[in-house]
Design a protein around this ligand. Structure first.
Ligand code: RFL
Ligand code: PHB
Length: 390
């Protein structure tokens, strides 16, 4: 097989790039190691910044997001038994976020690719990039006993944190920066009415908690747990009791509980790989960087990579101009690091750190008091949360 852009990974990054390029007449093939059902079974992000929502519309995939997604003009931070509101709309001159699940967004992208006759090869095993630094790179994968080959101009590694693309770059050509946090998030999805129409991020001495949602009948809740915990340690009853214990009393009293329909634990990690290009292979999304989910930046950082890469590829194919491709890594990384800083800061502000000294805890409390006593501090939080410009 031959294509212009060979994409490893059929998550949101790979699908969005493929769809955007397709609309400009640029051909792609996606190799995805999992089945479509598996990819659509993963419950992940829920908050999209406007820049991402605009990109979905540009990809002609915004219809369901616009009708079923919810515009959120603010969110709450609960602490010390009270709730303080961050007025995103007021603090950013009218900006907001869209609450629309990654699962739904991925489904929309798959349907668009399918409608357009795009090639997405599922269950592609042992995907490998070859001759990455040559003018004729190619991908191979195994389907049953057969090894197949895809020739392309460029390879895009959009295969997530555990993918093969970043690992195919020689160790001396890539630098990795990482912080691992001493806790994870236990997430529960339940078919219950959300406790609050807007998200509540809660700081509590028992640990962080988050009340989020997918719709007015589907709630998504998280609590901070030690890394040593497993899903089996948490019955639904234990989860609801711990969640309520970390929320202000009036919120806890309003909570509708019910059986979990999904329950999983995600460890928290900050990670960046530099540069995001090796030869004719470009890394995008979680393949190059991940953040702790506290600032809702992960999927949004992936989308900004796709924005830069899409425009760089357009310039190459439409104008013969390679400047965008040459600048891609530096441009993408500049925004990625800002997302890293914000996610690290929000994580540090709101979680309980088992090894914190009393001094650290005082600073954390002061950071929070400063935030809600200073409009400038809230503006900084708000402009980062709604997403910095591309
Ligand atoms: P993905 O989604 O991991 O997709 C990569 C795809 O590549 C496939 N793959 C391979 N294919 C072929 N060959 C291989 N060797 C392969 N290895 C892997 C995988 O099967 C997969 O289909 O990466 P992508 O597309 O870059 O998208 C990134 C986002 O998924 C991620 O950043 C977000 O989910 C992070 N995130 C959040 N981001 C936000 O912006 N807002 C949020 O509210 C938010 N909440 C979250 C989150 C992530 C979470 N977890 C579980 C990590 C909440 C959670 C709990
Ligand atoms: C979610 O709804 O899954 C969600 C929302 C906000 C975050 C992280 C996750 O910061």
């Amino acid at each position: 097989m031959k294509t212009q852009v060979g994409i490893i990974g059929g998550g949101p990054s790979g699908l969005l790039l493929s769809q955007l390029l397709h609309l400009q007449g640029i051909d792609t093939i996606i190799l995805e190691q999992r089945s479509r059902e598996y990819v659509l079974g993963r419950i992940r992000a829920g908050v999209l910044e406007q820049g991402f929502a605009d990109l979905m519309r540009e990809a002609q995939c915004g219809e369901r997001m616009d009708s079923e997604g919810e515009i959120h003009d603010g969110f709450y931070i609960a602490h010390d038994g009270i709730k303080d509101r961050v007025d995103l709309h007021g603090l950013t001159n009218g900006n907001s976020v869209v609450v629309y699940g990654q699962t739904e967004l991925t489904r929309d992208l798959y349907e668009a690719r399918e409608k357009a006759g795009g090639i997405v090869i599922h269950n592609a095993e042992d995907v490998k990039p070859h001759d990455i630094t040559s003018d004729a790179p190619y991908l191979t994968y195994r389907s049953g006993d057969e090894i197949k080959r895809v020739d392309c101009d460029y390879i895009v590694g959009a295969d997530g944190f555990h993918g093969v693309s970043r690992k195919s770059i020689p160790r001396d050509k890539i630098q990795e920066f990482e912080r691992v946090y001493p806790f994870g998030w236990l997430g529960v999805l339940s078919r219950t009415k959300p406790v609050s129409p807007e998200l509540i991020y809660a700081k509590h001495e028992r640990g962080f908690a988050l009340c989020s949602l997918r719709s007015q009948v589907l709630s998504r809740y998280y609590i901070q747990v030690p890394l040593t915990d497993s899903v089996e340690d948490w019955s639904d009853d234990a989860f609801w009791a711990e969640l309520k214990a970390r929320l202000p009393e009036d919120v806890a009293n309003e909570m509708t509980t019910g059986p979990s329909i999904e329950k999983s634990i995600a460890p928290l990690r900050s990670f960046v790989a530099e540069p995001m290009r090796y030869g004719n292979m470009f890394l995008a999304g979680d393949a190059a960087h991940i953040v702790p989910p506290t600032g809702a930046r992960g999927l949004n950082s992936a989308a900004s990579d796709i924005y830069y890469l899409y425009h760089a590829m357009l310039d190459h194919y439409k104008k013969g101009d390679d400047k965008g491709l040459e600048d891609y890594s530096a441009k993408a990384l500049a925004r990625v690091w800002k997302g890293q800083r914000f996610s690290w800061w929000m994580t540090t502000l709101l979680h309980s750190f088992p090894d914190n000294s009393d001094f650290d805890n005082h600073l954390q409390q002061t950071d929070l008091e400063y935030l809600f006593s200073s409009e400038s501090a809230q503006k900084s939080l708000a402009e980062n949360y709604v997403g910095l410009p591309f």
